[in-house]
Each structure stands twice: as structure tokens, then as C-alpha cells.
Design a protein around this ligand. Structure first.
Ligand code: DSN
Length: 413
């Protein structure tokens, strides 16, 4: 960062502090990760200097030879990674990827079925205030009150009655396996198209530790920066017959110039994700998640659905006399970073919530394993049981700093 320091000391100072924050804290936000230095450097590459509106060999600007090469590389690697028939790598974000699928196949007021937000869904899956909730008519499925897992019979009942044009499966805070094959059967029974938003679990799918949606879904969207461990952005996968519709919805439908430096970084991340080491990394994420969850359960902490199958878990903090916001703030005092999250049937608003969401992708990238997960679960349990104990918060923060020092993130930035 020497050059940044020379040119802009203020930005340099902020970045240095943020680097320290990322190094010295235990990051348990389920949607965050640390990219490799190669991805980081590619994000700052010279491809930021050019417009490349359009697609390979159909650009609206001259001088795009190398941009075509990079984009094709990213596309071919993504195809190989997921076994997808067709991939568009241009969406700037997950929201835009979802929007592009909706714009490609739906008209205003068409009917869509998705998972309720407080049961694990996402803003772009029909929230009233989101573009999705404003343009289309939504019905929602959720988890069963008893098991806190998706009840596929109930999904079928709702789908048969509502007759949606599209069913959206996939979630941002669901700790269990999603059965895409069952969703396909439901979609076929009611004549709907099927889209999976796998933003959270894309890496797990590549690693073979979560079932694969690609054979069952017409469309699959994912961000690239969560378990997939690339830079921020998204891709859309689809059956070949939808390729033109999807491409047109992304450009010129929703976006102008693609962020080619980000697409270059996506290509690098996909190469990394094609390795055996990446598969092992995904297995370790799930292993760590299960160890952490079990240790929380040993401490009599209530987890939604009683545990986890994937990279995340949801803690119900109400029995501890807390709300999610307060719990997240207490943990942050000790250097443990989580986010407040609504839990199924939550009575508190999203600004307070009854839960916290905990995920293991970032710590697993740092190389932490079983022993560290057990320590962290015990620290979380102690902190949540003694919310006013400032001395405890300080003492655990010292332990957190020591632990983080043993697992450095970026050297020589
Ligand atoms: N905001 C993301 C998350 O934290 O899960 C989803 O897009």
C-alpha cells in the first residue's frame, strides 16, 4: 500500500485500520471471506481502464481483444466448475443477477413463490420494499414450526394453489441442506420454472458437500464472494435455451459496461476453485461449522433446527434474555463479529431480531480448525450468558487477539 500512502494519506490510514480489524477479529459473518492475494491484486488490475459493453466479439467499443479473452476464460472456468450449460459472468452483484433472471422471464405482476425473509430468504426474493416485491406478485413458503426445516409437502401445497410462473429456492440464513430435486418435482407439478439462488452455498456445491442444483434448475444465480471466495460480484447459470434472454437482461437490460477488472478477478477465483485444495477447504468449512454448533449446543445454546448441515448456524438469543442486536454488540466488544439475524417466526423487527447468524468460511480460510472452533464456541457462550460482564469481554478480547495473531491474513500488502 506504499503508493496509496504517498498519494492519499487519509485513505491509507483508513485502509490500514481496516486491515488491522480484519486481522485482529474473529469474523463469523456467514457471507464474508478473505480473497487470495492473487484475486485481490487482479481486482486492482489495468482492466479497470476500459469500457467493454456487449459480449465477446460483439462489443460496442474497439480495443476489446483481451477483454474477450478474459471474459471467455471466466465463462469457461465457471462452466467447468458448476457443469453449467451457459454462464453470464457480468452481473455486478447478486441482486442484479436475480433481477436479470426475473427481467428475462417475467412480466410485471407475474407470480413468484419463494422463501420468507425471516425464515431464511433474501431481500430480492420478494421483499415489499425491494424491486422484486414491487414488480411481481409473491407467495412465500417457510420452515415448519416443529422442525424449523423446509416442509416440502407444504411448499407443494402452496405452489399448487398459487400456481407461480417461477419458484425461487435458496436462502441466506438457512442452516440445512436444500433439496433441489424436490423443488424440481414441485415446479413440474405446478408448471413453474425453477431458479436457485446459491449465493451462500456455491463453494460448498463445488466442494461436493452440498447437493448440486444445476441438473434440476432452469436458472442458478450466485454471488462470487461468499463461500466461493472470489471478489465481489455475481454470475448467472442457465440452460442454453435461455442464454439470449439472460444476456439481454444483463446487458443492455440492466447494466452498461461490465467491471472487467472484477471479471478478471472472477477468472482467477474460478481457477483457484477448480483445485483439490479448494474442495478440501469446503469440507473443512462444514466440519468447522458442525464442531462450533455442537459446542454451542453443549453449552445449552439453542440453535434453529437443532444444528447445521452447512457453513452457518442461527442462534436463538431470546432464551438468554437478549435480542440479536444486543448479542452481536456484546460479542463485538470481545472481537467476535457476527450479524443480528431474524429467526423463523421472529416477533422482533429486523432492526432488533431474536437471533444471530454465525458462519465459518472466513475462519476456515485462515486455517482455523476444530480446537479453535471449540474455544470460540465457549467464548461466545460465556459472553452471551454474562452480557454485562465488561471484565470478561476484555479478557476474551485478549484471547481473541492472541488467536488471530497465530492465523495471519495478508502479509506484505
Ligand atoms: N447480504 C448477504 C448476506 O449477508 O447473507 C446476502 O446477500
Amino acid at each position: 500500500m506504499d503508493r496509496i500512502k504517498k498519494v492519499d494519506d487519509e485513505v491509507y490510514k483508513i485502509l490500514s485500520e481496516e486491515l488491522k480489524r480484519q486481522q485482529e477479529n474473529i469474523i463469523l459473518i456467514a457471507s464474508e471471506n478473505y480473497v487470495s492475494l492473487a484475486v485481490l491484486q487482479t481486482q486492482g488490475c489495468i482492466m479497470t481502464n476500459k469500457y467493454a459493453e456487449g459480449y465477446s466479439e460483439e462489443r460496442f467499443y474497439q480495443g476489446c481483444k483481451y477483454y474477450d479473452e478474459i471474459e471467455l476464460l471466466a465463462i469457461n472456468r465457471a462452466k467447468k466448475l458448476f457443469g453449467a450449460e451457459y454462464v453470464n459472468v457480468q452481473p455486478h452483484s447478486g441482486s442484479q443477477a436475480n433481477m436479470a433472471v426475473y427481467f428475462a422471464i417475467l412480466n410485471n405482476n407475474d407470480k413468484v413463490l419463494s422463501m420468507k425473509l425471516d425464515h431464511g430468504g433474501h431481500l430480492t426474493h420478494g421483499l415489499k420494499q425491494n424491486f422484486s416485491g414491487r414488480y411481481y406478485r409473491w407467495a412465500f413458503y417457510g420452515v415448519s414450526k416443529k422442525t424449523e426445516m423446509i416442509d416440502y409437502d407444504d411448499v407443494l401445497k402452496i405452489a399448487s394453489k398459487f400456481k407461480p410462473k417461477l419458484i425461487v429456492c435458496g436462502a441466506s440464513s438457512y442452516p440445512r441442506i436444500i433439496d433441489f430435486e424436490k423443488f424440481r418435482k414441485i415446479a413440474d407439478r405446478c408448471g413453474a420454472l425453477l431458479m436457485a439462488d446459491i449465493a451462500h452455498i456455491a463453494g460448498l456445491i463445488v466442494g461436493g458437500v452440498h447437493p448440486d442444483p444445476v441438473p434440476y434448475c432452469d436458472f442458478v444465480t450466485t454471488t462470487t464472494h461468499k463461500t466461493l471466495r472470489g471478489g465481489r460480484g455475481a454470475i448467472i447459470m442457465c440452460k442454453k435455451k435461455y442464454a439470449n434472454l439472460i444476456d439481454g437482461a444483463v446487458f443492455p437490460g440492466l447494466q452498461g459496461g461490465p467491471l472487467m477488472h472484477e471479471i478478471a478477478a472472477r477468472a482467477v477465483a474460478f481457477k483457484e476453485a477448480l483445485t483439490v485444495a479448494f474442495k478440501k477447504y469446503q469440507q473443512n468449512i462444514v466440519k468447522n461449522s458442525k464442531v462450533l454448533a455442537n459446542e454451542l449446543l453443549n453449552n445449552n445454546i439453542r440453535l434453529i433446527s437443532g444444528g447445521t448441515d452447512n457453513h452457518l448456524m442461527l442462534v436463538d438469543v431470546l432464551p438468554l434474555g437478549l435480542n440479536g442486536k444486543k448479542a452481536a454488540e456484546i460479542l463485538e466488544e470481545a472481537g467476535i463479529i457476527v450479524n443480528a439475524n431474524q429467526i423463523p417466526f421472529d416477533k422482533l423487527p429486523p432492526t432488533l431480531t431474536s437471533g444471530i447468524r454465525i458462519g465459518t468460511p472466513a475462519l476456515t480460510t485462515r486455517g482455523m480448525g476444530e480446537k479453535e472452533m471449540i474455544d470460540i464456541a465457549n467464548w461466545i457462550s460465556q459472553l452471551l450468558r454474562q452480557p454485562s460482564n465488561k471484565k470478561l469481554q476484555k479478557a476474551i478480547k485478549v484471547k481473541v487477539n492472541k488467536l488471530c495473531a497465530r492465523f495471519p491474513i495478508y502479509r506484505n500488502l
